[in-house]
Design a protein. Structure first.
Length: 386
């Protein structure tokens, strides 16, 4: 490369560099001193001398979550052609057109790009008004959860260590934003009134957003996202709700994030053993109990036993909690037993002729693909079939 070097004032250069060195030392010493006194200091957990976030590269986390998320990134324009989204680039649109051209007439008809009006007509045809209200009640509960997932994942960006973990969370922020906006259109297409958050969802989600630091990982990625994953797995085979299959895949990745993170940055022994921490997290779980009781009629409309659903969620939650280090195996088994007891006691009170049932062995996820995803994510915690 050829350039015409310009003359500079050598003395000015030396002075500027000397001034910068003095100010640099002063600024960094001041921030180190403030940090040592617990009075703040540098706001960014960023190590510019190593060109890395504090905590290092954490490439495993990056590959597992950021790279994989980008690989699996889906576009609403393809997955929900009836929606208002135009998020494909020219290349992606061309690929979709090519793929459609190679289909047989029958396949093409099944995959036909349907308009918003046609989609609404399909929902009108397939669902009774009561079924519509049930789907909307269940989906909007998790739709409100998507709003909080977006906020919580964004807030965790400043709490985690390492470049890899931040890259992973950045993808989660992007995916939760997509889930929220796409879910809104899907719910609105049903054309029935969208319910507000119930008091239990309000307590669960506010409790998660206000939780201390990494307890938010528990409230959101373990608790709320296990509920989300289970709802998507339960509904994705219903007419018009095929797009939920993609939500399900994203959520399975999100539920795995705390486990991957604590593998790299384990909680201290004191944090793991803290009875107060366990109590805080148990308090976060509690609103889910009355929530299940509240949505039981809607699940019943769709032919799902609310406590089969709750049991399958709780099994996933305790599996993830144990793997991430939020509780030990003994604590998990005890908690499962307590929930099993409460579910059965409530059913004895409210259902004629109820017989003791192992709700925590139930599975309400239906699609083969979704079951395979859950088997990969939860291993032994996911039964081989529904
Ligand atoms: Fe989500
Ligand atoms: Fe999520």
């Amino acid at each position: 490369m050829e350039t015409q070097t310009l003359p500079i004032n050598e003395r000015a250069r030396k002075i500027n560099e000397a001034v910068e060195r003095v100010v640099n030392r002063a600024v960094r010493s001041r921030d180190a001193w403030l940090a040592s006194l617990g009075l703040g200091g540098r706001a960014a957990a960023y190590d510019d001398e190593r060109y890395e976030f504090v905590g290092g590269a954490a490439d495993t986390l990056r590959r597992k979550h950021y790279d994989k998320s980008l690989r699996l990134l889906w576009k609403a324009e393809v997955a929900a052609p009836w929606s208002s989204f135009r998020d494909c680039n020219a290349h992606e649109r061309e690929l979709t057109d090519l793929a459609e051209r190679s289909l047989t007439d029958g396949e093409r008809a099944a995959r036909a790009r349907i308009t918003s009006a046609e989609f609404r007509a399909l929902l009108d045809r397939e669902y009774t008004p009561e079924q519509k209200r049930a789907v909307v009640a269940i989906l909007s509960a998790i739709g409100h959860g998507e709003a909080y997932a977006w906020l919580v994942s964004a807030s965790l960006l400043t709490r985690v260590q390492s470049t890899g973990a931040r890259a992973a969370l950045t993808m989660q922020v992007l995916e939760e934003a997509k889930h929220f906006v796409v879910m809104r259109e899907l719910i609105e297409a049903f054309g029935v009134e969208v319910p507000r958050q119930s008091a239990w969802e309000y307590l669960l989600l506010e409790g998660t957003l206000k939780a201390e630091g990494l307890d938010r990982f528990f409230g959101m990625n373990v608790m709320v996202e296990s509920i989300a994953l289970s709802i998507f797995g339960m509904l994705s085979t219903l007419p018009g709700l095929e797009v939920l299959r993609l939500f399900h895949l994203d959520e399975s990745r999100h539920t795995a994030l705390p486990v991957a993170y604590f593998n790299e940055f384990p909680m201290s022994k004191r944090e793991r053993a803290s009875a107060l921490g366990r109590l805080r997290r148990l308090k976060m779980v509690l609103p889910t109990l009355p929530l299940v009781m509240l949505i039981e009629p809607h699940l019943a409309t769709l032919g799902v036993d609310a406590f089969d659903f709750a049991g399958s969620v709780m099994r996933k939650v305790t599996t993830l909690s144990t793997r991430a280090g939020f509780m030990d195996a003994e604590g998990a088994a005890a908690q499962n037993q307590v929930f099993e007891g409460i579910f059965n006691a409530y059913c004895r009170l409210t259902r004629d002729g109820h017989r003791q049932k192992r709700f925590l062995d139930a599975e309400t996820t239906l699609g083969d693909v979704e079951l395979a995803v859950e088997r990969a994510a939860f291993g032994a915690a996911a039964p081989a079939s529904a």
